[in-house]
Design a protein around this ligand. Structure first.
Ligand code: S3P
Length: 438
């Protein structure tokens, strides 16, 4: 892709049915869990994007067979729960926090040595949040410097890990999942309690593999799999569309005049649908239709039409269900009547980039004076002038897509480093161009 993407104002509105790619979180987990089985798993609507391909690369390096029979399809054949093999070289998690953190949980119990690396962004992100609980289970993981940054090495623990009850200070699905995955191999059940429930795809998918998982309030508990034959890989997993990718169209369709969109097969797991709740509160015209379940996950078709939005307040309770959608919510807030106040969002500072700073600075170039950065959030003043500007994605896929939607809704934008969309939605700009031309 080019160094810069020029976004034109969508003067005729967005109409049509943009294709929503497979869910990123579920795609990662499907390859990991299938790779621990011993029979082939056919994964449909897999997200063929850089982040999930990092997970594929790591699983392959551990001896798991991964084939791509067709576009968006994957066949993963593992060698059993205890069949992963020592990688011959360093494992590369790329830009993917999910790959690194979940795989640390999966690999800490294995009887071999390995080292992880990743890109510059991942190398800055905190890993202590995973090292600490895994260490309590008996894992031996060593990172660079006091922050335990990448590169990170895992040394065989030398004994079975022990089950723990962990009280997590953060509501993070990556932390929770790392602990639960290590819990497959422990001497006793392992539970994680979070301040608010984070996305629960790991728990649901593990249950689909026959693993005993219990949930109560903010606690999830997994029982170790003591007999290989109790881990039963399903023949097929179909990944729903990613609501975090649909969010760009939910907001664009709401704020671009004359829009009407239909988004099909979108995952609507309650731990992910904060954006639907917040947009509804803002006055959006969104309808969720044809609700159904597949493989233990809820999905639906969602329609959206242009609406007059008004500002809202969002806080810590909803954040785990909304965490990846704050950049696109900022675009919605700039078009809303009144102020939008976002608090309890400190986790955004440790994402692919410091997203609170990035939103304040980059959105601020198009909407000068409209965004105030708080320590753990943002205040966004709506309906102020928005101008065309040259903005930077900061290598963050969600920034690139959110800035593009804002540009399309306003006077256009020039986005530097647009290629970051490869991380979760490689066809994003193609979809945008198609909608604009429709
Ligand atoms: C993810 C969990 C979230 C989210 C990320 C994907 C996952 O991260 O932001 O995009 O798949 O488990 P945290 O666990 O750090 O909140």
């Amino acid at each position: 892709m080019s160094e810069m993407k020029i976004i034109a104002p969508a003067v005729h509105g967005w109409r049509g049915e943009p294709v929503i790619p497979g869910d990123k979180s579920m795609s990662h987990r499907s390859v990991m869990l299938a790779g621990l089985g011993s029979t082939p798993v056919h994964i449909k609507n897999f997200l063929h994007a850089a982040d999930c391909l990092s997970t594929v690369g790591v699983m392959r390096a551990l001896g798991v067979r991964v084939e791509f029979p067709a576009d968006g399809e994957l066949v993963v054949t593992g060698r059993g729960l205890h069949g992963l093999s020592e990688p011959a070289s360093v494992l590369d998690a790329g830009n993917s926090g999910t790959t690194l953190r979940l795989m640390m949980g999966l690999l800490a119990p294995q009887p071999f040595f390995l080292t992880f690396t990743g890109d510059a962004s991942l190398s800055r992100r905190p890993m202590g949040r995973v090292l600490l609980p895994l260490g309590q289970m008996g894992a031996r993981i060593y990172g660079r410097n006091d922050n335990n940054n990448l590169p990170l090495s895992i040394v065989p623990a030398g004994k079975k890990l022990c089950g723990i009850s962990y009280d997590s200070p953060v509501a993070s699905a990556q932390v929770k999942s790392a602990i639960l995955l290590a819990g497959l191999y422990t001497d006793a059940p392992t539970s994680v309690t979070e301040p608010f429930v984070s996305r629960d795809h790991t728990e649901r998918m593990l249950a689909g593999f026959g693993v005993r998982v219990e949930r109560e309030g903010c606690t999830a508990r997994v029982y170790p799999v003591t007999r290989e034959e109790d881990y039963i890989a399903p023949e097929e997993i179909t990944v729903p569309g990613d609501i975090s990718s649909a969010a760009y169209f939910l907001v664009g369709g709401s704020i671009i005049k004359g829009s009407r969109l239909l988004l099909k097969n979108v995952g609507i797991n309650l731990t992910r649908t904060g954006i639907l709740d917040v947009l509804a509160q803002m006055g959006a015209h969104i309808a969720v239709k044809n609700e159904r379940t597949s493989g233990g996950e809820a999905l639906a078709d969602i329609s959206v039409e242009t609406a007059e939005l008004h500002g809202v307040r969002v806080g810590a309770e909803i954040m785990p269900r909304l965490v990846d959608e704050i950049p696109i919510l900022a675009a919605a807030a700039l078009f809303a009547e009144g102020d939008t106040v976002i608090t309890g969002a400190g986790e955004l500072r440790v994402k692919e980039t410091d997203r609170l700073r990035a939103i304040a600075d980059e959105f601020g170039k198009m909407a000068p004076g409209s965004i105030e950065e708080l320590e753990d959030g943002l205040i966004i003043r709506g309906k102020r002038p928005i101008c065309k500007a040259r903005v930077h994605s900061r290598g963050d896929h969600r920034m690139a897509m959110s800035l593009a939607v804002l540009g399309a809704a306003a006077d256009g934008a020039e986005i530097e480093e647009p290629d970051s969309v490869q991380i979760s939605y490689p066809a994003f700009f193609e979809q945008l161009d198609r909608l604009a031309g429709a």
